[in-house]
Design a protein around this ligand. Structure first.
Ligand SMILES: *[C@@H]1O[C@H](CO)[C@@H](O)[C@H](O)[C@H]1NC(C)=O
Ligand SMILES: *[C@@H]1O[C@H](CO)[C@@H](O)[C@H](O)[C@H]1NC(C)=O
Ligand SMILES: *[C@@H]1O[C@H](CO)[C@@H](O)[C@H](O)[C@H]1NC(C)=O
Ligand SMILES: *[C@@H]1O[C@H](CO)[C@@H](O)[C@H](O)[C@H]1NC(C)=O
Length: 456
């Protein structure tokens, strides 16, 4: 029997001011008004009953019993190959599907040791020229090179590009599963996590782009970014404009520069309250952001440890932040997604985004008055100058993206130096993670991306 995925609610659990706040949000809705907010002490049976009452009141057609389906039953419905894929590292995952995969290591100027994966060609090696153009795919927050491969051949953009004749490079930013190494710092210590996406852009992306270009003896590459993968592109090309020359075309999937109109309820609460996230950070606000074991995991115990199917959704920060689009979500992929995400990010990366939401500005990390004076010799952080981004840019965005809001994308569009086109996804429900996993992503996004690459 196929599991019933008629879940209409996303339960967001936030450890907030020391009490548990459950905000209940309709899937696919971009309204920030929670349907209900329940404050309670973490008593499992009381909490579940209270939630059930709210669900019963606000959505009479909601079948609470169907939601509480055991995770084991759900997993039992899946082919074994899927569960294997959930535990495979990227090179093995790629080779399982009959594609070649290389692993490359490189060191940054500040001592981080990074890993890039490469799919040098598609299943049919004779297809395409010898000098295949390089495509560089930069993942988002809490993610890794696996992002581009989850749906498998024919559906995952990493495979589609390799089969279309491109040389596919899959970088991993510092801190994630594949780039948790440093010449002297230990990822178990806070010092290792003393970076935001500013450092990822200037210290990691630079090294990884230069590495791919020098290995392939090419002069420029196609850069495709998702979410934070677009942020670091904008930081890089405005702070080090010489990199514009190395970018043949940039494709932004769910662009993130300005964030003042984002509608993610979780981010909103973190941004307006702030305390929730501060509870995570030690005094210095530096460390690893660990939503599974620390943040959502702690509260996840209340609802999610009941082995319900909601467990797979509600313990994952990505879905809690980005929402869940039932129509485009292939439930079979959930274990693979869960197996590869979250892949590791710093608290400072999240805090830097929270600062964007509050300030409405796209600028460097805000260390506070004293810290800013020390870092920037100014009371506020310097802004990123978007007009300096002169590489050709295409913006793909959607109306139901909780994180990359249309009005913020339009502001970015107006300020960039060389935008070729903005492309609104023709699916009103398309959301932030649909760019990676959606059932129709190929038709709605990837085919259009390849058309744009071919035009340059
Ligand atoms: C939770 O609440 C129920 C109902 O009020 C009560 O019977 C139970 O003892 C409580 N559990 C804990 C761990 O406090
Ligand atoms: C929801 O309402 C229905 C009908 O009123 C009732 O039978 C059911 O027990 C309620 N469910 C919960 C969990 O309270
Ligand atoms: C983080 O780096 C800054 C310099 O950029 C330094 O002033 C600060 O002490 C560091 N903090 C930690 C916890 O390592
Ligand atoms: C869902 O994913 C599985 C595993 O990759 C695949 O076999 C299946 O065709 C996918 N379903 C749809 C509707 O894309």
């Amino acid at each position: 029997m196929a599991p019933n995925y008629s879940l209409v609610l996303l339960l967001l659990q936030i450890l907030y001011n020391g009490v548990f706040v459950f905000s209940i949000q309709e899937f696919g809705s971009n309204s920030v008004e929670p349907l209900a907010v329940l404050e309670s002490t973490p008593n499992l049976s009381e909490t579940l009953n209270a939630i059930a009452d709210i669900l019963n009141d606000s959505l009479p057609e909601f079948n609470y019993n169907k939601v509480i389906m055991k995770a084991e039953e759900f997993y039992a419905t899946l082919p074994k190959s899927i569960l294997n894929e959930a535990t495979m590292l990227v090179p093995e995952l790629v080779r399982t599907h009959g594609y070649p995969c290389e692993t490359h290591k490189m060191k940054t100027s500040d001592g981080y040791i990074l890993t890039m994966h490469r799919i040098p060609h598609g299943q049919d090696e004779s297809k395409g020229t010898k000098d295949r153009p390089v495509v560089y795919l930069q993942h988002g927050l809490l993610s890794s090179s696996a992002d581009w491969l989850i749906p498998g051949p024919e559906k995952g953009i990493g495979y589609i590009l390799a089969d279309a004749g491109y040389d596919v490079w899959l970088p991993n930013a510092r801190g994630n599963t594949y780039s948790r190494n440093h010449v002297s710092l230990d990822p178990d210590g806070d010092e290792f996590w003393n970076f935001s996406w500013h450092e990822i852009a200037l210290n990691d992306v630079t090294v990884m782009i230069d590495y791919a270009l020098s290995k392939t003896k090419q002069e420029n590459l196609y850069y495709i970014g998702h979410s934070q993968g677009t942020t670091v592109f904008y930081v890089l090309c405005s702070e080090k404009p010489e990199y514009n020359e190395k970018i043949r075309v940039h494709i932004s999937l769910a662009p993130i520069a300005y964030m003042s109109h984002m509608t993610s309820p979780l981010l909103q609460i973190v941004a307006t309250g702030g305390r929730g996230l501060q509870l995570l950070a030690d005094v210095s606000g530096v460390g690893e952001f660990m939503p599974n074991t620390g943040f959502l995991g702690k509260v996840g115990n209340v609802l999610c440890s009941e082995d319900s199917v909601t467990q797979v959704l509600c313990t994952n920060a990505m879905f809690a932040v980005c929402g869940f689009n039932q129509k485009q979500m292939n439930a079979t992929l959930l274990p693979i997604i869960m197996g590869h995400s979250p892949a590791g990010s710093s608290i400072m990366q999240v805090m830097h985004y929270v600062q964007e939401i509050k300030s409405g500005k796209f600028r460097q990390y805000d260390y506070g008055l004293i810290g800013n004076n020390r870092h920037y010799d100014n009371t506020s952080p310097p802004r990123y100058l978007l007009h300096k981004v002169t590489a050709p840019v295409y913006l793909f965005y959607s109306r139901n993206d909780w994180v990359s809001a249309e009005s913020d994308v339009l502001r970015l569009y107006r300020e960039l130096g060389n935008v070729q086109e903005r492309i609104l996804i023709e699916d009103g429900k398309f959301n932030h993670v649909d760019y990676l996993y959606a059932i129709d992503a190929r038709e709605l996004v990837y085919d259009k991306v390849i058309t744009r690459l071919k035009a340059h």
